[in-house]
Every structure is written in C-alpha cells, then in structure tokens.
Ligand binder design. Structure first.
Ligand SMILES: *Cc1c(COP(=O)(O)O)cnc(C)c1O
Length: 766
C-alpha cells in the first residue's frame, strides 16, 4: 500500500500571463514551476485575473499565491489590487508572493503591500532560492491552518509502522484478505484506515485523560467557542446530555426540564434518578413549538410548578439543582440567553442549554446574546449560574456523524473537571473513532476568525433569498386569486432607513442579514401565533425555513380547503428532495453550511411542479409512485388533489391539529419518576395496552410523536381520562393512520399491531 502523494490536496496558485513566451521572465517562471513540482508541490496556473478570481472564490485548497504584479502603467495595479482584496476577504492567512521584474518595491502602493507577504524578484533570485522560500511559507501556513488533533493524526498516519495493537485491522491490511473486506477498503480508501488508531498510540494522547493532541484540540475548541472547558464527545449530543445530567443531578434531586426536550434528556433523567419538573413551551396554530414564555421562567411560576408536582413530597428537597432548555428549538426559535439566565437563575444554579442544532450561533453577530456561551468568557460573572451547552457538531457545522461538543462556563456551583470527567468516562468508549475527534477540531478551525462569519453569512443570504422569493410568489398568486405555498416569517419589516413598514419580500436583504430585530417575535404580530411576547426575548433564525401549505388560518381554524404538508413531503421525496421535518401544514428546511449557491432553485422548481400537479390533479400513480404501488387498491384512480381533499377533510373531521395542541398543552400527572418506571420495565412488570385500555394507566416508556418530536408522555406519567386530551390526540393519530397507508405517523413508544391499533407499554396494576 502506498500513501498517495499530496494527501491533503493543497496547491499553489500561480497567476501569470504568457508563461509560454520566449523571454527571460517567462523562462525563469517556468523553471520555478518546475522546481516546485519536483518538490511534489502541485502548481495550478491561471493566465488571467478573472480566472484567478474564480479559483480563489471556489477553491480553499490554495495554500500559496504567486501573483504577477500587473505593472502596466495604464491600469495602475488595479487588477492586482482587486484580486488581493477578493482573496483577503476570504483568507487573511494564505501566503502571497508578488512576482515582479521591473518595478521597485517603493513604487508599489501601500494598499497592495499590506496584503502580500513578500516579493519574488524574478530576474534576480535563483529559482531554487525562490522555491525554498515558498516551501517554507507553505509549511508555516499548513501548521497554522490545521488544528491540533487533525494535524497530529495526518502526520501519524504517514508513519509506516508495524503495529501490534488494536484496531486489529492494522491500517486496513486485515480487510485485504477477503473480497468483502477488500471492497470495503477500496470504497473508503486507505487514509481512513490509517487514521483509525487506538489509545495505544501515545503520540495522539487520550480522549479519556484529555491529554496530548486530543487534549490540545479540546483546549482549542474551548477558545473558539468561548468556554472555560470543552469536551469532545464521540457518541452524539445524546451522550453529551446524559454526561451532563449524570454529573449534575443524582437520585431524588429535582431538575427543571423544558418539556420540549430531546429523548436523550429523558434518558439522562432516568439514568441519574432525577425528579423532573417541567417548563411548558408555547405552541401556535401550526403546531410549531415556541419558546417557554418568560413569565413561566420567573421565580413565582417555577415555585408554582414545583409545588404542584406530586413527586416532590416529604424527604425530597424541592430546590432544583439543574435546568435544561432547548435552544434553539427545532423550528429555529432562539432565546435571549441573558434574559433566560436572569429569570431562571433565580431558581437554579446550573443551566444546561441543549444547542444540538445551533453550533454556528457564536460565529455570526445575528445571534448575539442568543446562545449559551455568548460574550467574552473573560467578562463572565462567576456569581452567575454555571452554564453547560451541548452541540451536535455534525448537525449544522461540518463534522462526522456522532461528533458532539460539551462547553462549560463556571459560575455558581461549578463541577470541577475531575468530578465531571467521571461522568464523561462512564459514557465514553475506551476505543473512540479518531476521525470523529479530528472532525470536531476541524469544524472549530473552519469557524475560527473571520471565516465563521463568512460561512454563516452565506447560508443566511441564501435562506433570505429563498424566503423573499417564495413570499413574493405567494403575494403575486394571491393577487390573482390563486394559491401558492408561503413561509412562516414576519409579513412586514420596518425598513431601517425610512422607518416604513414594507412587505417582507421587499425588505433589503442586507438589512435582513444583519438586523436581528427584523426576526423578533413581537407582541401584536399575527404571523408567529404565540400571542404576547416580550420584545427581543425570542427570535426566528433565518436559516431554519418553515414552508407552509394552505389549510390553516391564523386564528387556528381550518380553512375551506387545504393541502396537508405530508403530501408535499411525499411529492418532494419522489423527486429526490428530502425535508427535515413535516407537520400538519408546514415543512422545515435547513439552510446549513453545506447549502450551495442557488441550491434552493431546484427546490423552488419542485414547489412549482407541485402546484401544477395539484392544480391538474395529476394521478398519484405518476407523482407518488412508491406509495401508490404499495397501496394500489386504496389509492386507485386518485389524483393529487383528490388525495389532498380527502386527507384535509379527515384532518378537519378528526381535528388533528387542535387535538395536538390540546394534547401538548396539559401536563400529565406523574405517578412515579422516570427511573422508577424504568425499574418496572427491567423487572418486566409491564404490559402492552391498546388506547381504549389505557385510561388512568401509567406509561412505562415515553410517548413521543414525530413531529413535533417532543414527549406527549414521559415514562411514569399517567395517560389520563379515556376522552382526555392525551389519549384523544393519540386516538386521532391512530384513526388518521388507518385511513392513509403510506402516510402513517412515526411515534416513539407506540407499536401498532397488525390491524394498525396503537399499543403502548404500561406498568402492570398489581
Ligand atoms: C439531535 C438532538 C440531540 C441528540 O444529538 P445527536 O448528536 O444526534 O446524538 C439532542 N438534542 C436535540 C434537541 C436534538 O435535536
């Protein structure tokens, strides 16, 4: 097995017009190119400034630029300067050499000088000498741009050693011995296997001890994300949440928990034996989960919640030791964290923000004050609560799946590293996958300095472009009494210059991309549907885009007609477009860092095609072939509009959206804590019951409908009355699923039997 040359794929960009000519400069530059290539440095030639600009804009692997000084007196260095300005905006660090022959350094304007590193005097210096200087600059640059763990890993993977330690595939060689293994090896290619190393490789340090390059990478991450300490976790934020809960709360201690919490928080509460007391978020007519309103975070409200909790009885200290808040919400609602701290800090010393979908927030001023690690760590008031954040690096930054980070700011009641690490190790493998660890420090490096702002701003602009286009189309179609999809966002924006209210689609994109207040949920604005809202408390994140389908009025009543969003989702799926989340009349799209310029054009085309197929009532056989094929009898001779009409009528009859809101607006009664419920499960003191057998029964597992993905029932909670809101909502989903095969809901904790009857595990009554 031979390591590939230039494994990082870096290159030198040479900008020079007339390399093939027969004159002294061209000959010298040809020799230089040759010398560099002999040193295994790849050189890409660009013969005009426009081409060079295109390379710089699209190719971040350029590790050095050799730029011909455009010293034609007519231009006065204009091209050179423009190119440099372009380059420095994107990359302040890449070394740039100006190749000059006639000009004196003293004649070059300061504007240019301060953007380049050095001159190459083509006719005076030897090619060898120049090549040497370039290689030295490249080395320094590589050292600088690569974060600690990846740098060490890439270096180590180059060392060809015979290993006698795990992993037993030893750099991939074990796979070569059988056809399936060989196919696996060929697919992933050698560097993956060479970087799959174990803790026995001392040079790379250890994740459990946070030593060596791995430890350095965590320190680097802490610097970039503004924490006192950061931890790399290789099994997702699911594990990060459990680590924090296990470190902070123990048996029979009270934790305040956002009811809009991820499954892993429920599991963490089970593992640590906490007594949870829930904070209820707002929700709107679309079933979108809002923030927990500020008045519910205030001391008196929290005291009320604790007082009402049946599980906080004699012998249990009612003072909560920990609070978990999901920020931002799945749908992109972000809190003013300082306000949350001020309110919730009156009840609890440790705040834990689940920011699984929100790792980018620190890198764009748009989110100022709206993420856990906001502001400068040096100014953190140590009398404030201790703050934890968990971020799934893989979700909205660039990292391998499972890569996650825990960030900690120490305030009141801190947990020192030694104690915290016991919980960390309890959840960690002793053989973590090193490429995941390296991808965490790479994602930090990618956001460091000015780059994070540039990258996040690109996503924000793309999202705004899409939002404005759809809103404009919606308005245009409405003018002709026709329909189109819309977007859940402010209808009007106050123009910063004129002070006038303008329709969202006419607002300046520049303002929308830089003015957070354009995205606030304000009292008196109808669009968000959360009613009264303290100004600036909550903001809609521009990059989380909720497209709405017709059918739901602002007042929460069904319209005369409608198109359930599940149909649009299935339609898009058939065209190879997979959405993030579907609710009754809305679909969520993420404009993540990976979104390429104009990618949304494809989506827009598909939305147009959907409108056309809906209006033409195109046969399902053609537009939803997979669902049709599996359920031919059910959907025979139906068109897209027929299906939408029938489904909409059924939803109106069942009142699914209202049932959802009712189901989630009450807090079920807890009969026991999550851990007590889990103990019953382990002892097999449980039975599966149908919905009509569940009145008054205690569920043994959480019941979490997706969407919205927040628990309807937590383990140990009571299902309530036969006709109460909880069982009522589940019954409406069950009835819907029976009617529309191919569109059934996905509900964790529910197992439908062969006839489609929901079954849920409950605690046996002895
Ligand atoms: C996805 C998610 C998690 C879990 O993150 P993984 O990295 O997938 O383990 C935790 N919390 C929230 C709010 C999430 O959406």
């Amino acid at each position: 097995m031979e390591m590939q040359k230039n494994p990082l794929g870096f290159k030198v960009l040479m900008v020079y017009d007339g390399l093939g000519e027969n004159n002294a400069s061209a000959r010298r530059i040809r020799a230089l190119k040759h010398d560099l290539e002999a040193k295994e440095i790849q050189v890409e030639l660009s013969e005009c400034f426009n081409d060079a600009r295109a390379v710089i804009a699209s190719d971040p692997t350029v590790e050095c630029v050799l730029l011909n000084l455009d010293d034609d007196p007519d231009h006065k260095y204009r091209h050179t300067l423009e190119l440099l300005e372009n380059l420095r905006e994107r990359n302040p660090d890449v070394p740039v050499f100006l190749m000059a022959c006639r000009t004196l350094a003293s004649e070059v304007p300061a504007d240019i000088l301060n953007k380049v590193n050095d001159f190459i005097w083509i006719l005076e210096d030897t090619a060898d000498f120049i090549a040497g200087r370039i290689t030295a600059a490249i080395k320094r640059y590589r050292k600088y741009i690569l974060p600690p763990m990846f740098k060490a890993l890439a270096k180590f993977a180059k060392v060809h050693e015979y290993s006698w330690h795990t992993p037993g595939h030893t750099g991939g060689t074990a796979f070569l011995k059988a056809p399936a293994g060989r196919a696996f090896f060929n697919f992933f290619k050698e560097p993956v296997f060479r970087s799959d190393l174990s803790i026995s490789v001392g040079e790379l340090g250890s994740l459990l001890d946070h030593s060596g390059p791995i430890g350095e990478s965590e320190k680097y991450i802490a610097e970039v994300f503004g924490s006192d300490r950061s931890y790399t976790v290789t099994n997702g934020s699911s594990t990060s949440n459990r680590v924090i809960l296990m470190a902070s709360v123990t048996r029979n201690q009270v934790a305040l928990v956002d009811r809009n919490c991820h499954k892993s928080v429920e599991q963490g509460l089970t593992m640590c034996g906490a007594v949870p007391a829930y904070l209820i978020p707002a929700r709107n007519q679309y079933g979108i989960i809002g923030p927990i309103p500020p008045q519910r975070l205030a001391k008196e409200a929290v005291d009320g919640v604790l007082k009402d909790n049946k599980l906080i009885k004699e012998g249990i200290d009612p003072r909560p030791v920990h609070a978990v808040v999901t920020n931002s919400t799945y749908d992109g609602l972000c809190y003013n964290v300082n306000r949350v701290k001020e309110l919730l800090g009156q009840s609890v010393d440790r705040l834990h923000f689940d920011e699984a979908w929100y790792g980018y927030a620190r890198f764009n001023p748009m989110y100022c004050e709206r993420y856990a690690m906001c502001g400068d760590i040096k100014n953190y008031n140590r009398d404030d609560p201790t703050i934890f954040a968990t971020q799934s690096t893989h979700k909205l930054l660039a990292a391998f799946s499972q890569a996650s980070m825990i960030h900690i700011r120490e305030g009141r009641k801190p947990i020192d590293h030694k104690r915290f690490n016991e919980s960390f190790m309890m959840h960690a493998s002793t053989s973590p996958f090193y490429p995941i660890i390296a991808s965490n420090d790479i994602s930090a490096k990618m956001m460091d300095g000015t780059r994070g702002k540039a990258l996040t701003e690109d996503s924000i602009y793309e999202a705004i472009d899409f939002r404005q286009t759809v809103a404009r189309l919606h308005a245009e179609f409405a003018d002709q009494d026709d329909w189109f999809l819309n977007i859940w966002q402010p209808d009007y924006v106050t123009d910063a210059k004129s002070g006038q209210k303008v329709p969202f689609y006419e607002a300046s994109a520049e303002q929308l991309a830089h003015d957070p207040s354009a995205w606030y949920l304000r009292s008196g604005d109808e669009w968000h549907g959360f009613g009264e809202m303290e100004d600036g408390y909550c903001m809609l994140d521009p990059i989380k885009v909720t497209v709405t389908t017709p059918g739901m009025l602002d007042n929460g009543n069904y319209d005369q007609w409608g198109i359930p969003a599940a149909i649009l989702t299935a339609y898009l799926d058939n065209r190879g477009i997979v959405v993030e989340k579907t609710q009754d009349f809305s679909i969520l799209f993420l404009f993540s860092l990976g979104v390429t310029k104009g990618k949304w054009g494809t989506l827009l085309n598909a939305l147009f095609a959907f409108k056309e197929d809906y209006d033409n009532n195109t046969p399902l056989k053609r537009v939803l072939p997979a669902i049709y094929k599996d359920n031919e009898e059910r959907y025979q001779n139906m068109g897209l509009r027929d299906l939408a009409d029938e489904m909409f009528a059924k939803m109106a009859e069942l009142g699914t959206t209202k049932a959802l809101n009712a189901g989630f607006s009450v807090l079920p009664q807890p009969d026991m804590t999550p851990v007590e419920s889990f103990e019953n499960l382990v002892r097999n003191n449980v039975e599966s019951l149908k919905l009509n057998e569940m009145a008054g029964r205690t569920v043994a597992t959480g019941v979490v409908p997706y969407p919205p993905g927040i628990p309807l029932l937590m383990p140990g909670e009571n299902a309530g009355d036969a006709n109460g809101p909880l069982l009522g909502y589940l019954k409406s989903l069950e009835a819907f699923d029976r009617h529309f095969p191919g569109f059934t809901h996905d509900i964790h904790g529910v197992e439908p039997d062969a006839d489609g009857n929901y079954e849920i595990m409950c605690i046996k009554q002895n």
